[in-house]
Design a binder for this molecule. Sequence first.
Ligand code: HEM
Length: 407
Amino acid sequence: MTQTPVAPEKLFAQVLDPVSRANPYPLYARLRETPVSVQEDGTYVVSTYREISLLLHDPRISSDERKSAHGAGALAASGPLSTTPPFIFIDPPEHTRFRRLIMHQFTPQRIRGMQEHIEQTVHALLDARKQQHQLDIVQDFAYPLPVTIICHLLGVPPEDEPRFRVWSSALVRTLDPTESLSEAEVQQAVQSRTQIREYMEKLSAARRTHPQDDLLSGLVAGDDPDGRLPEPDLLATMQLLLIAGHETTVNLITNSMLALLRNPEVLDRLRRNPDLAIPMVEEVLRYDPPVQFRTRTTLTDVPLAGVTIPQGASVALLLAAGDRDPARFVEPDRFWPERDDNEHFGFGGGDHYCVGAPLARLEAVTALKALARHLDGPRLVTDPPPYRRNAALRGPEHLQVAFERLN
Ligand code: HEM
């Protein structure tokens, strides 16, 4: 029996449906047939590399959800999630100043200084499993690592880390279009946001009186030539950094391991040449990226690829579809770490390009080198693995890997 193909205007709803989570890539290929397509609910989906790149650099499209009447915008503007937005959700010129203040704290020295702590954490996590023959890469390794690292970087004491895990997974759901959230999920997100804010208020007050060598102390010191972050923006920024700092990195490490186990010849090469981890992580950022799409709002009518996107429209930039565009990449569906032209959208592009990219790369490369070296004879227990519900920040819920020995 042949199945009726999904109508073009329903494709994005199909992408959001959890049944598509394990492999949305065939849907993306269909969406690319129309570079800019309007969906049943009025969302404009942009799915080809060239068009995504143009919009990422176009000042007529806004990251401020309060300027949109749809989806997440409605919640951000007046709904239960309305609050001071973190700088990922604001536009220049405010965005430019806030981002500069934060970048001044993300110094290359501070990130390089994290190397030792990352290595220690990676080895401690693996040592704790020495007697086992099976690991859940997500729960036992890829999740605890970035939580520990981001808390250390920001200045959150280790004993408080478990609380962030709960808050952050509730908040990360709100990055998907609002229609796909249940009432209970919205309530949980609201509650978590209040709890994070209260926690960060106390911590920043403590750092103001007793500064330490961490990012929060740097931000509250207020001695930056660009001025000081107002308190509500400081709290919003800390919340953003905590969430962005681990909800994505967990998927980068897990998706990398999944790609390696499905491509054992690459794993063999990585074992012989650990530095292959560097281009391999870049290839995962293109081939199976943690951030699949971002939404924006048009500030005026924007003509693109034969379509006029009207002012105030909600636009989904399907980064992961652009990264598989055959007009841009040779053999886009092949996992090929040695490809030499790999300018992917894994960390976005334009004004909002990921602040944490150097840290995420350092964590993922260190983690992958260690997994390749220490796991003897690893194999996937379930393929495909079960996925989390999230469509925007997509990744497995569990990745069970069996092995002979953990060296
Ligand atoms: C922005 C991906 C890790 C902090 C972004 C954007 C992407 C992204 C695609 C662009 C968003 C947009 O255009 O709307 C990732 C991935 C990561 C990762 C795939 C890990 C594998 C991190 C880490 C941090 C971080 C570790 C913090 C320590 C941020 C921040 C922004 C951002 C603050 C907003 C920048 C701005 O609006 O100017 N990230 N990220 N990210 N990321 Fe990351």
